[in-house]
Design a protein around this ligand. Sequence first.
Ligand code: GLC
Length: 538
Amino acid sequence: MSSSGKDKYPWWKKAVFYEIYPRSFQDTNGNGVGDLKGITQRLDHLNGSKDSLGIDAIWICPFFPSPMKDFGYDITDYKAVDKLFGSLKDLKELLTEAHKRNIKVVIDLVLNHTSDQHSWFKESKSSKKSPKRDWYIWHKGRNGKKPNNWIASIDLRSAWFYDEKTKEFYLSTFSKHQPEVNWRNNELKEAMWDVVRFWLDLGVDGFRLDVVNFYYKDKEFKDNPLSFEPNPRLFQKHKYDRNQPGTHKVCKELRKMVDKYEDKVLIGEVFDARAGQCASFLGKSDDELHMVFNFHFLIRPWKAAGFHDSIAKWYRKLGDTGWATITLSNHDQPRHIGRYKKGKLTELRAKVAAMMMLTLRGTPFLYYGEEIGMMNGTIKKSQLKDPVGIRTWPLKLFGRDPERTPMQWDGTKNAGFSKGTPWLPVNPDHKTRNVKDQLSEKDSILNFYRELLRIRREHDALSVGRIEFLKKGEDDVLLYKRSIGKEVVHIALNFHHRPRIVAKKVKGKVLFSTHRKKGEKVDFSKEELKGLEATMLI
Ligand code: GLC
């Protein structure tokens, strides 16, 4: 803290974020779908009480009016709350209660596309002469065919959809129901900025920007070149439908607007596997977004060297001014505990992953339920709700439903999530894996996360300190030093289930460990790390 009482670091650099998928967190009216009141009711789990996890910010996935073709990522009204989730009043209450507990609230802004049921799109579609025609991307086609080879990644077919009435194609790069807006149109842009101001004025602390790198498209609509990388689903390089220079202009404008308010944060979902591309959305002189996701960790197998490669590259591309985000799970990918599952070793691996995520330099984003080691649900084909359908990579699971099953609060029917019939089946293991039981089990994953978060809050070295790697995955071990001023913390993580030699001159007392007692003296020039040991020394 400075003498003025204000921390010299922006709050989001020290914060730990927690993503909430509102449909699945807590249902309060018995309709089987989570709601905003439910989030408010469960805030104590997150912060402000003695049993809290201790998180600093929540990101809530979309709760706006929507036909729910992509569960809220298809919006019909940007300035309201869908009845399913409650009302604007509920949201205000949620903001007040969250802020009382020092929890910041970040909401999801889906500005790349609307629902096909949005009044803007209906107007745009009504006639070629409609004043809103140009708010979306229309094309007459080429020689009677679709304009180009771009693909809708949810529907897995062409991204161009023919409108019989006006005899033109509209662009929709997710599903048919999510037409892309035209960011080159100033009126559209102003309408979106109006949405941004509406929520900032209401008191939200920032935004997660859905697929921010998709906003602008190539003006000439050139064909994308074919490729077998990086996403095996789509087989094309997204050279012309993503990452266009115009998007950076939009981000700069947005940043200027947000900077007029105090302490707000912009976090971009850059849908791209390249760290450099992700980092580019922070701007050359910190004039675009504050943070962006890099999903490289989400595709890494369980190997220390691989994680090191990803993080080292991420830091390199971020340079001195950029700030990293660290995340292993979200609502679009199978939960990491499932990706790294290995019989009896599963929980230990989850703890190693947790210590890594909460001690690397950058802002961690946890996904609801990971604090209790919630598994990917088993969803039968007949129960499938997600429009993505059968996904075969990286795990053979049905759609994204497995990572969206209801939060497991206790061992009662429906895990304390709902008194009605949950929209997705509750995982049967909730009887033994739930918040209530894990709070009273000393060595539970929940208590492991709680302790990690507590220590992180007490030691600035772990959030804003420097990082230096002493072992970069050799022998399947990561060893790194975090430091700030006189404070130094070493973190040693063994990704292997057998003991591993560290052989580095690192000594200290245990601050926290999977295998050792607090205060125990350790000398890693002499001692081994036990199998899947995660230890912090001070
Ligand atoms: C983002 C969201 C995903 C959604 C897609 C389209 O990737 O995270 O859930 O389906 O955008 O909005």
